[in-house]
Design a protein around this ligand. Sequence first.
Ligand code: GP9
Length: 398
Amino acid sequence: EKNELISFFEEKNKKNGELSDRFAGIARGKNLIVIQMEALQHFVINSKMNGREITPNLNKLVRESLYFDNIYVQVAGGNTSDAEFMGNISLYPAKEGAAYFRFATNEYNTIAKELKKEGYNSYALHAYGPAFWNRTEMYKAVGFDTFISSNDYVMDEYIGWGGWALSDDSFYRQSMDIIDVTKPFYSFFVTLSGHHPYSYFEDKQTFDVGKYDRTYFGNYIKAQNYADAAIGRFIQKLKDMGLYENSLIVIYGDHTGLPKTQAKELLEFLGLSESKVDWIKLQKVPLLIHCPGVEGEIIDTTGGQIDILPMIANMMGFENYYALGKDLLNTQKGYAVLRNGSVLTDEYYYCSEDDTVYDMKTGEVLDKKDYEEEIQKYQKELRISDIILEKDALRKLK
Ligand code: GP9
């Protein structure tokens, strides 16, 4: 297994070396502000309801950023914590259970650790009980210097999670009072206002959802509209503090917020069928990277949350030899591997549940034989990731 890992990473890094180095080092020395947004799905971006944009602030930011619009949700049993795991470490979620619980004492290569070598302070910020998802333990392995949790925030405004989690507005405001902005920093924000069941918004008229009023879907839209407004105010605060022009800002959704059991209104709103391909295309989250001096651009290469770290590493100029993700800005052929073994590319969707390959554009069934070799090559990443987790292999390889 050790030899397997060594040759896998040699091969992976050799290939990457052959590619161009677009944006390499462009954000070196800047602060890094990563915002992992709760249940923010891709479809809300640039979407209108009754003539009004659902997420006007994010839409504006998207226009000024590198925007990745084919990012698939890759979380598994660890849900939100799996998104954190991929974002900060670029390994796949555990095969069973949550990596945050099962592998919290492993050795990892992480953003916080790499930036620490450059003299950065790092902060994990999440206004919930610190033991949830075993964050207190796991954040030590991720290498955060400071974890600010609900023990540290004044719980002065409740919104998300049915109305009993701190509002994003208060969360951002208080967080910026805590972070020492006089030194280079990496701040990792994990929001909560978009957390189901969205019932806080049931009787609020904050956004006109028309016929979806008082439905799960309508409440979800109102929750994401609120989360967007809060992020708009946060971005303004960063500008007022003089941080916007000196920071790399990365925003992505952690997982979907509308399960299949609630799909009816969503499919109706988007005018989609209940086909396998239509549904998988909805299992995407937005990802944007805002870098001062870089013009807005849409990147439609297929990828996943595991690809976030390699892009940050490339732009900030730090090493990521053992990342399993790829830099979508320097990759010709995109793909995403899901924890259940399904594989998505620009061209096809291999669904592991029915062992069938579908044409991504038409939904037609394709001949699996033609894709088998490539699918297995991509799936190998899951095996490599499992070995790393189960054998604590990065500690040994080092
Ligand atoms: C709790 C929050 C929610 O701290 O991260 O996690 P989820 O229930 O969405 O996985």
